[in-house]
Design a protein around this ligand. Structure first.
Ligand SMILES: [Zn+2]
Length: 71
């Protein structure tokens, strides 16, 4: 998996983080701290921080396409 990755729907840069439930979710790359971007560049896992990480699904302008596109 690429991390950071490009959203296929809108082309935005997003980073995958681990939630406390052990799941992976994409957050907007711009909401990462500088320290977190460095961690990501080293290929290490990042933990989701609900204080400032914003789920890309919440802001993606093409989010409604995800369901429609599913076959
Ligand atoms: Zn998007």
């Amino acid at each position: 998996m690429d991390n950071p990755a490009i959203c296929k729907a809108c082309g935005a840069l997003m980073a995958f983080v681990q939630t406390s439930a052990g799941k992976t979710m994409p957050v907007n790359f711009s909401t990462l701290t500088e320290a977190e971007k460095i961690i990501l560049r080293r290929g290490e896992a990042l933990n989701y921080n609900k204080e400032y990480h914003i789920s890309h699904f919440a802001t993606c302008p093409a989010a409604s396409n995800f369901r429609k596109a599913k076959k």
